[in-house]
Each structure stands twice: as C-alpha cells, then as structure tokens.
Design a protein around this ligand. Structure first.
Ligand code: SF4
Length: 300
C-alpha cells in the first residue's frame, strides 16, 4: 500500500540503504530541526518524524499587528509540488535504519487522516516495533481503526483567524484555488470528530458499567491535546464559545495555546500575549522549541 509523503518525509535520516551516512542526506547532530518534538505535552523528546503530503485546509493568518503568516509546512499543503510515494514496508525499513534509540514517532502533515487506510497500516506496523506514536491532526476526520494504534492525538482545531481571504491570498506567493478557500471555511470545525478523539481516550467507569450514571475515566494508554494557534487577543473567547463549551471530558491541562509564528522574530510578537492568555484561563502555554533552537530553518 502506497503512502504519499512530502519529499524526504521521514526525518531525521542518519543512514542510507547501505548503512552509510550519505553526504547528500542530512546528518543529524543536534543542530537541525526535526530532531525533537518541538510542541505539546511531549515537547523536547527525541523523535522521528513522518510527514504526510496533502491537507484539506489552507490555513493563513493575519496577526494582531497586521502581518501575515501561512501554514508553516506549505510544502505539505498549499504548495505541494513534490512528493514521494512509498510502500508501508519501505517506510518501515527507513524507520528501522534511523531509530538509533529513538522511541517516539510523529505522524504529521499535511493531514495524516486523508490517507487513512495507508496510515492505519503504517501505524499498525510501527506499533509492532513498540514505538510511541503521536498523530498530529486538524481533527476534522476521525477513524477508529487508525485511532487504535495512536498513543497521543495532537489535535489542532482551527479558529476563524486561520481562514484564507482575498487580502491574504493576494499576498501569498502561491495560488489557492477558490474551492479550497470555501472548503476551509465550511469544514475547519468538526466538534463531533474532536469529541470522538477525546472519548477514545476514556473508558467507562468499572463500578457503574453501562449505567447512565457511569462516568468516563481517562485511559492510561491514550492521551490527547487540543492545541490552538493564537494570532490575536481575545481568541480565548472563541475557543471557549466555539469549542470548549460544546465539548466534554477535557481538563485544563489538555488545552494548549501556541503562539502564531514560524520564525523567532514572529514568535516574539505573539508569545507574551499568548502566555498571559493561557495563564488567565489556567490552560497551558505551548512553546515552539524547534523555532527557539533552529529559527525557521526548513528541513522537511
Ligand atoms: S491544517 Fe495544518 S498542515 Fe493543513 S494548512 Fe492548516 S496548518 Fe497547514
């Protein structure tokens, strides 16, 4: 079964097929991005990334100071020009060669759930290697068969500020088809799907069983986080009204606010405001460690 990845979509790479470090490939000391998980509950953990190609959204933001920022991986979404199609077995072989003690895999994109069948098979094979799997998703689609193999659902629901509009599009250096602009607006929020992810991380209380009074309790083998990108003040109100008031079974520790910005310069403009917003609501501030360390160096 073939899976579509961005070019060089498994990283960091240390060894080629012959077991040698290929000079054309990236040598991963601790000096390039893609070495650690940079965001969320598991930030700082050495990880191997698998970046899927293609996304059903076209995020673009206007920050509070009027500056624009777009999806930080446009080569997996807006600007998908080049990609690799690999068999699950080929991806697993690359992973095995390049683990070198890494125990954490990040399935990212783009949007991994768009390739549900292939990604399910891939996740199943990765689990056979006893690896911890995080899946980064915009939360629009939920597939229980895939969820079965995922340990941490890193869900990033999109706020109104992510919607592309004429002004943003006119300043992009790559075109977005109008149909995808409309699609972004109509599908970006799917509460039902997000609730399914959350519920998948819970099980019924043993004492009450199927009784209607039964409360859900948290499973020890599944976790989730709702990671919101914040571009301007007062977006916490939208998070509460449009999402949290309508979702159940979350705790404040599951709610992460991440400042908009794919460069240190940009992050400086938003991070203090976002940290204050997180503290005010007793949610978590989510730094972007990879940007602190590597700025906006693109690997894949
Ligand atoms: S959902 Fe994520 S990958 Fe897709 S366009 Fe938005 S930021 Fe980019």
């Amino acid at each position: 079964m073939k899976i579509r990845l961005v070019k060089g979509g498994v990283f960091p790479i240390l060894e080629n097929k012959e077991g040698e470090v290929d000079s054309q490939m990236l040598q991963t000391g601790f000096d390039v991005s893609g070495t650690i998980q940079g965001e969320g509950k598991l930030s700082g953990i050495p990880s191997l990334f698998i970046r899927l190609a293609g996304c059903n959204l076209r995020c673009s933001w206007k920050a509070f100071d009027g500056s624009l920022d777009f999806c930080d991986t446009p080569y997996s979404s807006h600007k998908l020009e080049d990609f690799d199609e690999l068999d699950v077995e080929e991806i697993i072989a690359i992973v095995k060669r390049n683990l070198h003690g890494i125990r954490h895999i990040i399935l990212s994109g783009g949007e991994p759930t768009l390739q549900n069948l292939g990604v399910t098979k891939l996740a199943q094979e990765l689990k056979k290697l006893r690896l911890h799997i995080t899946m980064e998703t915009n939360g629009i689609l939920f597939f229980p068969q895939l969820a079965r193999y995922i340990d941490l659902f890193s869900i990033s629901p999109k706020l109104r500020s992510s919607e592309p509009d004429k002004e943003k599009i006119s300043k992009m250096d790559f075109p977005i088809e109008e149909v995808l602009v409309d699609q972004h607006k109509s599908i970006r929020k799917n509460l039902e799907s997000i609730q399914k992810y959350i519920n998948y991380c819970h099980t019924k209380d043993d004492y009450y069983g199927d009784h209607p009074k039964a409360e859900l309790k948290r499973r020890s083998d599944k976790d989730f986080q709702l990671k919101f990108v914040i571009s301007k003040a007062n977006e916490d109100e939208e998070i509460k009204q449009e999402y949290l008031d309508q979702l159940g079974n979350w705790t404040p520790e599951d709610i992460l606010l991440m400042p908009l910005g794919s460069s240190r310069n940009f992050l400086e403009k938003t991070s203090h405001m976002v940290a204050a917003m997180a503290v005010k609501n007793r949610w978590q501030y989510c730094p972007r460690i990879h940007i602190d360390l590597f700025d906006n160096t693109q690997y894949v």
